[in-house]
Write a protein of this length. Structure first.
Length: 317
């Protein structure tokens, strides 16, 4: 079933999660060990992130360095198949522009459609670690909206080969990313919202937000979207802080602010265990407030560590 249908049919706020494929060499059991304890809260859909290749330098016998491309976390499509067969819930694979030509994207969409997958979160992806800015593949997409246009075209039976007549129409419900504290490359929130509105006009069915720690940021973002006539559901993404170092690392990686009260409380913690308790409590309060505000769904970034989210869900759902 589509994410939008789950939202429409729900009588109260839905619980959902995002998981990461395990590092290459690990088994799918790692994913099941993460999802198993969270099934108690009946997530109707589970997002599975996509991780593109990275370049690493390996020393050859000659002493020269060799640039090698590796994907540290492959397996998104296989994990989606595993989720369907084990839990009978809807997986939401993330699909990115980075690393894909249009033809590779088309083939990936065909695979997903054959698996019976009806939801996709369409994203651009970040720049590779050693590249300053995002570089699309030759014949690839530059922005999420361009990738979306390909998905919506396939939903209308339009594939890349112009001679292909009466091609099967895929049936994807399309989610896109939104940034309550603005995407870091956008010059300001107004411009970022303009691009978000275009994604919705192009056919995005719902928005999932980047994590935030101050609910006011989400509420203002939703208001700004509604003022622009962006009417699709806006699902808040939440992540509990679990270590002391995250109050420095999260703003650096995700370009967002952590409220003073939360940083003050984390800085008082003597170890990561105490910090995790503070992070869980903060996330419980955020979740309860957002439910009161009437959010359609609370989407938790598990980072494939279920325990903090289990504690939050027990207190909230
Ligand atoms: P876009 O919507 O393309 O926007 C990127 C930037 O370009 C923004 O600043 C926007 O304002 C601007 N822009 C958009 N369209 C245009 C245009 N036509 N012309 C000029 N400027 C434009 N990354 C992964 O690699 N794998 C994942 O699984 C993954 N999951 C994510 C899940 C969520 C919920 C979120 C919020 C992010 C996720 N990301 C993931 C990270 C995401 O790929 C990055 O944040 C990326 O930098 C932007 O992706 P986007 O889809 O928002 O890009």
């Amino acid at each position: 079933m589509k994410v939008t249908e789950h939202i429409k049919n729900a009588k109260s706020t839905i619980f959902s999660i995002e998981i990461l494929p395990p590092l290459k060499g690990k088994s799918i059991k790692e994913i099941f060990d993460c999802i198993d304890p969270l099934m108690e809260f009946k997530p109707p859909f589970v997002d599975v992130t996509y991780h593109r290749e990275e370049f690493v330098y390996r020393k050859r016998a000659s002493g020269y360095l060799e640039k090698v491309s590796i994907r540290k976390r492959p397996g998104t499509v296989g994990i989606c198949a595993g989720i369907i067969s084990r839990y009978k819930v809807d997986p939401v694979p993330h699909l990115i522009c980075g690393g894909f030509t249009r033809h590779e994207t088309e083939n990936a969409l065909i695979d997903l459609s054959f698996l019976g997958i009806e939801n996709i979160l369409v994203l651009r992806g970040d720049a590779r670690k050693n590249e300053g800015s995002f570089i699309p593949e030759p014949e690839g997409h530059h922005y999420a909206i361009d990738l979306m246009a390909q998905v919506t075209a396939m939903n209308h039976g339009k594939y890349l080969d112009p001679d292909l007549n009466h091609a099967d129409q895929t049936n994807f419900c399309i989610g896109v990313a939104g940034y309550p504290e603005k995407h870091f490359e956008a010059p300001n929130l107004k411009v970022d919202l303009h691009h978000l509105k275009r994604k919705v006009e192009e056919g995005a069915d719902y928005i999932v937000t980047q994590m935030f720690f101050d609910n006011q940021k989400y509420i203002e973002f939703v208001k700004a979207c509604r003022d622009l006539n962006i009417t699709v559901p806006i699902i808040p993404g939440l992540k509990p802080i679990t270590t002391r170092s995250q109050i420095a690392n999260i703003p650096k990686s995700f370009y967002l602010d952590i409220p003073e009260q939360l940083t003050d409380e984390i800085m008082k913690c003597k170890n990561d265990e105490e910090a995790k308790q503070v992070g869980i409590e903060w996330c419980i309060q955020q979740s309860k407030e957002l439910i009161k505000y009437g959010v359609p769904c609370l989407h938790y970034y598990t980072m494939s560590k279920p325990e903090p989210v289990v504690k939050i869900a027990r207190a909230v759902f």
